[in-house]
Design a protein. Sequence first.
Length: 232
Amino acid sequence: MSGCAEMSYKDVAGRVHTVDLTAVTVRELAGAEPWRVFRGYRGQRHYSGYYWSATTGSHVIYESRLELARLLLADFDREVVGIVAQPFLMTGHDGARVRRHVPDFLLMRGDGLAEVVNVKPAERLVRPKVAEALGWAGQVLAGAGLAHEVWTGVDPVRLANIRFLAGYRYGERVDAGAVAAADAAVTSPVPLCEIAGDEVAKAGVLHLLWRGVLRTDLDVLLSGHSVLERAS
């Protein structure tokens, strides 16, 4: 039966808990440790590392550049309040076959809902083994009331903008006076260049864009001509 599965996850002390997938709560998974431990080595095929997340206030691991891209978007998303990498191991039957699967991320939202994310290059989705494994995972997760996203990428301009803004995500590294001045200056739509007269002022504006206090069209490359407005 393909709709049944167990979930194993690690708590902060490293203890493994195994429960029915339908029995676990998002609160329990919020503090889960990554299921796998990766190590860097010479000649490795994947680009892995740690990303400091403004959402979690801690480092989140990733195992590829594509995973890092999805992580950046999650950190930028104001609806996301929690991010867990490799949150659990799913084990279950798919017909006569036993499948084991570790999702890439679990994203928790302010409304209490959660979404499981698997990151895969688009060209890999046409491979039968990959499609079957992700199809099984999606079916089982849906049965447990968890949303499932298979993410293959985003517009490169939007990603470049968010990657750039991520450099201003550290609130303690941005001048508080510049942030307050930028916040007060944008009462109606205004080009960025009109309120970012120097690097300190610009940092305040870009920090507010990262936080979602201000917004602009991120599908166009950011510049001094980018029009800022207050987010609703």
